[in-house]
Design a protein around this ligand. Sequence first.
Ligand SMILES: NC(=O)c1ccc[n+]([C@@H]2O[C@H](COP(=O)([O-])OP(=O)(O)OC[C@H]3O[C@@H](n4cnc5c(N)ncnc54)[C@H](O)[C@@H]3O)[C@@H](O)[C@H]2O)c1
Length: 426
Amino acid sequence: MRLSRRRWMAAGLVGLAQAQTERPVRVAMLGVGNRGTSLMRTMLSQPGVDVPAVCDVNEERVSRAQELVAKTGRGKPEGYQRGPEDYRRLLDRTDLDAVIVATPWQWHTRMAVAAMKAGKYAGVEVPAALTVEECWELVDTSEKTGVPCMMLENVCYFRNVLMVLNLARQGVLGELLDAEAGYQHYLPDHQFTSTGDLTWRAVYAAERNGNQYPTHPIGPVAWWMNINRGDRFTYLNSMSSRSLGPHLHAERKFGKDHPAARRVFAQGDVNTTLIRTENGLTVTLYYNTQSPRPYDLILRLQGTQGIYSGTLDKIYLQGRSPKTKGGEPEWESTAPYFERYEHPLWTRLSKLAANSGHGGADYITLHEFLRAVRHKTQTPIDVYDSATWSVIVPLTQQSVAARGAPTDFPDFTRGRWRTAKPLAVE
Ligand SMILES: NC(=O)c1ccc[n+]([C@@H]2O[C@H](COP(=O)([O-])OP(=O)(O)OC[C@H]3O[C@@H](n4cnc5c(N)ncnc54)[C@H](O)[C@@H]3O)[C@@H](O)[C@H]2O)c1
């Protein structure tokens, strides 16, 4: 399981694959609510995977997960449901290669850290950590134990994200300059339970103000810009608008006099963050789950030769794309670019992935995590990526509280970003 420290940063998937073991990889689930169950179903649709144990504080969910596994012809997994610390008993098992953590946010780091200490690969849902200290704890534990930790950032495996990675790597967009991205997903039902209490997610929105969920949009941008592998995020500035969405939603849903309608939320409805990299690239990052709007991750990348826009699903390349009669640049369909620059992972896996969540990206994310577990190699999203993308949660809170003041990113790689090679995504 151990990788030497020297190889740690450089370890991609190429050339590191060891002889494939014959036995299936054995993965336990920590948290089998909505996301955990969906991930487990997707994992069970892949060959060479066993799920010997499942853990959740909710007994019904444990039983449902046990039945789901048994229905696939695999043995019924052992259930761990004796309270919030029972995952520790599960981690004592010696028949596990990895765990997947899909619990509420406050559990992510401590479960991942305990898993690594127990010698099990940690696949963690997003964000992997909530504080700067937690981010360092993940990094320190992974380095000390030699066990990889991968935040399961599925947007990195979206078809358009990987096609654009190819465009960026092949220099088609020229030198990269700037990206715009955002988690803009109206989620009023994530705020209150049916009786008007706060959900576990809304507890954070009630108390904190920043970008609570940055990793979906920043993961792809970090891959495109080779962050931690030749460049790094240096500092950010963050501001939030006022907070009205949860209040208005509670009034509509429960009535003006209900306690939910009087609850004060710290989280501003629209959070905007600017990030600058060491090599002088910039990123604008949005976060908005509180105001009515269609879903949009934006995912826009500007280079010296042109621009890709995920929202428009269009591209413009100087010297290739059409111009108006007046000579103005005109957007072009991305279809021919998908034909020419389709990522090999999509070419290979799209048929198998077709029925899984997020357009197939969930299948590919798990496939890549399991590939690393199976071959005992570094995970494609490593602990440094997991920490760097997650640390935006506390850094934006600090910056918002300080009137948008510049706030430095820790260098989790301890300088190794300078020499690390771009990630081989193959
Ligand atoms: N990558 C994605 O696209 C995506 C999508 C949805 C959710 N998520 C992430 O998945 C995670 C779970 O979200 P969800 O929507 O499934 O929430 P959920 O509330 O439906 O599920 C969480 C589960 O964890 C269990 N749990 C809580 N504390 C526990 C403990 N100490 N030990 C064992 N089990 C415990 C709960 O009983 C519940 O079943 C979150 O981190 C969320 O951000 C990611």
